[in-house]
Design a protein around this ligand. Structure first.
Ligand SMILES: [Zn+2]
Length: 154
């Protein structure tokens, strides 16, 4: 393939937002649409997309190296890019959670485990970054397979 030239140009505006979500391909387009059109972020946000998404910001005792690197990436982006707002998105049927032992959470119900982690991540990050505005979301789908994203209380 010859060089691909995008119609998009380099975005030179500063971002103030970090979005953390899972790698699962089923949700990428829906989450991107939510960020662009639902939250009107345009493309002015940094992204941290890894399996399990926000879960990397919790569970220090179970996967310490995983948590360490998640924290390292997070700190790098927030401090170097002077970010002000954090958006954490968990999603329905996240395969990453099937790989985690059940004793790590107070509930065995997948969605409750994920919401617990969203709140854990929020509490942990507030200690080091009290100025950061944090928003929690859960992505699923409706009866017509449209991605639906709802806000989760902190
Ligand atoms: Zn996932």
């Amino acid at each position: 393939m010859p060089t691909y030239l995008a119609t998009s140009t380099v975005n030179r505006a500063d971002a103030e937002v970090l979005v953390v979500h899972c790698s699962d391909h089923r949700f990428q387009a829906g989450i991107r649409e939510f960020l662009d059109q639902g939250l009107h972020l345009g493309d002015n946000y940094d992204l941290l997309i890894i399996p399990g998404g926000p879960q990397c910001l919790t569970l220090v005792e179970y996967l310490p190296k995983f948590s360490w690197v998640g924290g390292k990436w997070f700190r790098y982006l927030v401090e170097k890019h002077d970010l002000k707002r954090l958006i954490l998105v968990a999603h329905q049927e996240c395969g990453w959670y099937r790989s985690l032992p059940l004793h790590l959470h107070t509930s065995t119900i997948p969605r409750e485990r994920q919401e617990e982690d969203l709140r854990r991540a929020h509490r942990a990050l507030m200690k080091d970054f009290p100025e950061l505005q944090v928003e929690l979301y859960y992505a699923g789908w409706d009866g017509a397979d449209h991605v639906s994203i709802e806000s989760i209380s902190i």
